[in-house]
Design a binder for this molecule. Structure first.
Ligand SMILES: [Zn+2]
Ligand SMILES: [Zn+2]
Length: 394
């Protein structure tokens, strides 16, 4: 079976927000950076830097202005006629965030990217700011307010936006209380909601500020962040640090194994994942990771033993059997085993429409066509388990 790439997103990269880890023994605080995209007024950069210094307790440095990369234009602009200007230009906040995360300075603790252009994502028509749990960068749009604001009011708004997005990076979700983490739809709403965290989220900010850039938790977060954007080399380096700093942590070791696998260092990945399985014999993830690696061409005959070992250890049989069935069907070309797992998914109460569609498909052999995948992308979704998708060859 031809293999080009196996990419497995880290369990920690997209799982439910984890409490921020304290790395008390490590004391390198790092630097907070402000990066302007396009022409951003000096006063706005000053407001962002003030907010960042106040909220992170870090020294703040400003990096030079960067042009807005064309591939961060919003989808409706990218879909337009090539060579003609987009009539309503806006930028995709998630693409801009990913762009910002590439090649950050080694000492970056947090980074604020600011633009005066409007932001959106495929899921949100307009956004004030954007950030992801456990990652180092936030982006926000500093649009002209349209009404007169005093400098003090302006600073308060910027601080509010930066605090809210930083809170997300410290794994705080949206909050129903009077809290800076309350979900705000328009910039004007910011003036009617508090810029302070509720007691619970005050704790998240305090824990976030306590992190140091050379602690194992921070390095593991950097590894997950770099994995998400497909930057395998920095991901491996960060996760190697995390394992060296906290050798007993099987989660970091599993993440390192997956990063090595993505980088194409399959033998090294196999060793690390074997160690992770020995360290945490009850954890399914090291087994799943090895199953994907073997299934994708490394040694397909060994995949199913690891897959079954993972399913056996998985506390959620509905998602485990779903994932196993997909792996058997898509990568291992073993429809009978796939059917058994899809049936088990249903027996345990699962009603995933994709599983049902696949089962119907497998049980009507006249429609069966199997083509070898060339690029396999697997990711871990906390709700649905191991997600395996194929893309075309490259
Ligand atoms: Zn938010
Ligand atoms: Zn709150």
């Amino acid at each position: 079976m031809p293999l080009a790439i196996v990419a497995v997103a880290l369990p920690s990269a997209c799982s439910a927000p984890q409490p921020v880890q304290r790395d008390a023994a490590h004391k390198t605080p790092g630097v907070a950076y402000v990066i302007p995209y396009g022409a951003v007024p000096e006063a706005e950069l000053r407001r962002a830097a003030l907010a960042l210094a106040d909220l992170t307790h870090r020294p703040v440095e400003r990096l030079g202005a960067r042009p807005l990369p064309p591939d961060t234009l919003s989808k409706h602009c990218r879909d337009g006629q090539p060579g003609t200007a987009c009539p309503t230009p806006s930028y995709d906040a998630s693409r801009l965030l990913d762009h910002t995360l590439r090649g950050l300075p080694d000492d970056a603790f947090r980074v604020v990217a600011v633009t005066t252009e409007p932001l959106d994502t495929p899921a949100h028509e307009s956004l004030i700011g954007y950030a992801r749990a456990g990652e180092r960068a936030i982006v926000y749009s500093a649009r002209a307010p349209g009404v007169y604001l005093t400098e003090a009011a302006h600073r308060r708004r910027v601080r509010h936006i930066v605090a809210h997005e930083l809170g997300h990076t410290f794994s705080a979700g949206h909050c129903e209380k009077a809290c800076v983490m309350a979900d705000v739809v328009t910039v004007a709403d910011l003036d009617h909601t508090t810029e302070h965290p509720c007691p619970r989220h005050r704790h998240a900010f305090a824990a976030g500020r306590e992190m140091s850039i050379d602690g194992p938790g921070f390095r593991a977060d950097v590894g997950a962040e770099q994995m998400r954007i497909g930057a395998w080399d920095p991901a491996v380096a960060a996760l190697q640090d995390a394992v060296r700093l906290d050798p007993k942590n099987a989660r970091h070791r599993t993440a390192l194994g997956i990063a090595l696998m993505s980088q194409g260092r399959l033998l090294a990945a196999d060793d690390v994942l074997r160690d992770a399985a020995l360290q945490a014999p009850g954890a399914p993830q090291p087994y799943y990771a090895r199953a994907v690696m073997y299934a994708a061409g490394f040694d397909p005959y060994r995949a199913s033993a690891h897959l079954e070992a993972g399913v056996m250890r998985d506390g959620d049989p509905v998602r485990a059997h779903r994932a196993a069935g997909i792996l058997y069907q898509d990568l291992l070309d073993r429809p009978k085993a796939a059917i058994q797992h899809f049936e088990a998914h249903i027996r345990y109460g699962g009603r995933d429409p994709e599983v049902i569609a696949r089962l119907v498909y497998l049980l009507s052999p006249t429609t069966l066509t199997i083509t070898d995948p060339e690029v396999i992308i697997a990711s871990w979704d906390p709700e649905r388990g191991l997600m395996i998708a194929r893309a075309g060859g490259r």
